[in-house]
Design a binder for this molecule. Structure first.
Ligand SMILES: Nc1ncnc2c1ncn2[C@@H]1O[C@H](COP(=O)(O)OP(=O)(O)OP(=O)(O)O)[C@@H](O)[C@H]1O
Length: 263
């Protein structure tokens, strides 16, 4: 089964086509890096999948049906989410919104709902600070709470927009491991917008890349190629394959010593 299917999709914002000829299928259970330069339309893709932005042309199917707002089968962590929410909100209350946020505000929760919130907080390793305010948590801790909110209702599709931004290396690795584990445990499909692919490479199976105004889908191995990444980002990118099979991208400067060694 495919988690996502796009056929001939064109998206327009502010009277301008952001991307067009979107023809792709993403298999269920994939862990997908969504990549492309600034402004290419990665967040726009998520907004289409969430039913927040109607397409100008074509057909979209998400988990077998048309996109619709408030689809509880999708868990979403927006870009800069933790900065945008009220800082005074407690971690536990934020996760509770993932269960009942579609209704009017926070209402009293049942014992069953509280147990689900506790389980989600536990699963992401945030149980120890569940009663603290978001403003009192580090960036990595906040990101865990945001992911707990996205998984608390057993989402089958997780959309994460830049979940590693502003995290140190250790927190990046821990969040990446968590995403891989969540996919394995739940069979969920995970889409992650990321500017730096490196920390995600251990868990990515696929990529959706926005190139020359069109979205494409490929296996991750076919995307981590020097020519494609250099074209995609408009700057030299190199790929290094280590004996462990890891892949890394780096800037492949034509001048090995841009500061000049002859001075
Ligand atoms: N609300 C809006 N109204 C009109 N145009 C918009 C709106 N939001 C975004 N755009 C435009 O749509 C295009 C795609 O934006 P989007 O945020 O999807 O890009 P992105 O790939 O996620 O970028 P970034 O990597 O910078 O986050 C951009 O040209 C942007 O200016």
């Amino acid at each position: 089964m495919n988690a996502l299917e796009l056929e001939g999709v064109r998206v327009v914002r502010g009277g301008r086509t952001v991307w067009s000829e979107g023809d792709l299928s993403v298999p269920a259970g994939a862990v997908v890096g969504v990549i492309g330069p600034n402004g290419a339309g990665k967040t726009t893709l998520f907004q289409v999948l969430l039913g927040l932005l109607p397409v100008a042309e074509g057909q979209v199917r998400v988990l077998g049906g048309p996109p619709r707002r408030g689809n509880r089968r999708i868990g979403y962590v927006p870009q800069n989410y933790t900065a945008a929410i009220g800082e005074a909100v407690r971690a536990r209350d934020l996760v509770t919104l993932g269960l009942n946020g579609g209704r009017f505000g926070l209402r009293p929760t049942s014992a069953g709902e509280r147990a689900r919130v506790d389980a989600a907080l536990e699963r992401v390793g945030a149980a120890g600070y569940a009663d603290r305010r978001m403003s009192e948590l580090s960036g990595g801790q906040q990101q865990r709470v945001a992911i707990a909110q996205a998984i608390v209702d057993d989402a089958e599709l997780l959309l994460l927009d830049e979940p590693l931004a502003n995290l140190d290396l250790r927190n990046q690795h821990e969040i990446v491991r968590l995403l891989g584990d969540l996919q394995r445990e739940r069979g969920a499909t995970v889409l992650v917008v990321a500017h730096d692919l490196n920390p995600l490479l251990p868990v990515l199976t696929d990529a959706v890349y926005l190139l020359d105004g069109h979205p494409h889908h490929a296996s991750i191995g076919d995307v981590v190629q020097e020519d494609l990444l250099t074209h995609l980002y408009g700057t030299p990118v190199g790929v290094v394959r280590t004996p462990q099979g890891d892949l890394f991208t780096r800037a492949a400067w034509s001048d090995p010593d841009p500061a000049g060694s002859e001075r």
